[in-house]
Write a protein that binds this ligand. Structure first.
Ligand code: HEC
Length: 151
């Protein structure tokens, strides 16, 4: 192959690979969600009535109350997932803003260390913990939250 052709091929390769690599980094949390969470939470976080509470438009509300940020990582589906701390942090950092609602205060991303520490703090009674947090939310938010899952 002559030099100009080789050069053109190389430039073409870099131009092709670079965006694909950047894209797959962004897509990793979504793929982890699809493979680890979607079975229960469904593709758009809509959940299953009476079994899995909807996350869409509701999830970030937990950040409004003390203990809520911690709760989101301590629920069994998150804490017991097979994902490592870094992948789980990346997943939550994509999931919480993606589900919303948008809050007045900016979302502070979870670190891998934070997730690692939280997932070891097992929740004794998930349903009670969830209800207690919802009770602390401002009334309009509280009323917008879905019914808790029935055991
Ligand atoms: C076996 C079904 C199941 C799987 C798999 C699962 N979850 Fe859940 N998730 C639930 C249920 C049910 C709740 C409600 C709390 C409870 O009863 O555990 C919940 C609650 C949550 C919550 C707290 C929000 C709320 O409204 O209570 C978050 C955040 C969450 N899950 C994220 C995830 C993520 C991220 C994954 C994948 C890594 C995942 N879940 C996998 C069933 C599941």
């Amino acid at each position: 192959m002559r030099a100009p052709v080789l050069l053109a091929a190389l430039v073409g390769l870099v131009a092709f690979v670079a965006p694909v690599a950047a894209q797959s980094l962004q897509r990793a949390p979504r793929i982890n969600y699809m493979t680890n969470c979607q079975g229960c939470h469904l593709p758009s976080g809509e959940g299953m009535a009476g079994k899995v509470p909807p996350m869409r438009g509701q999830l970030a509300n937990f950040l409004l109350v003390p203990g809520g940020r911690e709760f989101l990582v301590r629920v069994p589906g998150v804490a017991n997932s097979t994902l490592n701390d870094a992948d789980l942090a990346a997943l939550m950092n994509w999931l919480v803003p993606a589900m919303g609602p948008a809050l007045p205060q900016p979302f502070k991303p979870y670190t891998a260390q934070e997730v690692g520490a939280l997932r070891r703090m097992r929740l004794q009674d998930v349903r009670a913990a969830r209800n207690a947090l919802i009770q602390k939310m401002p009334a309009p938010t509280r009323m917008a939250m879905a019914e808790p899952p029935t055991p």
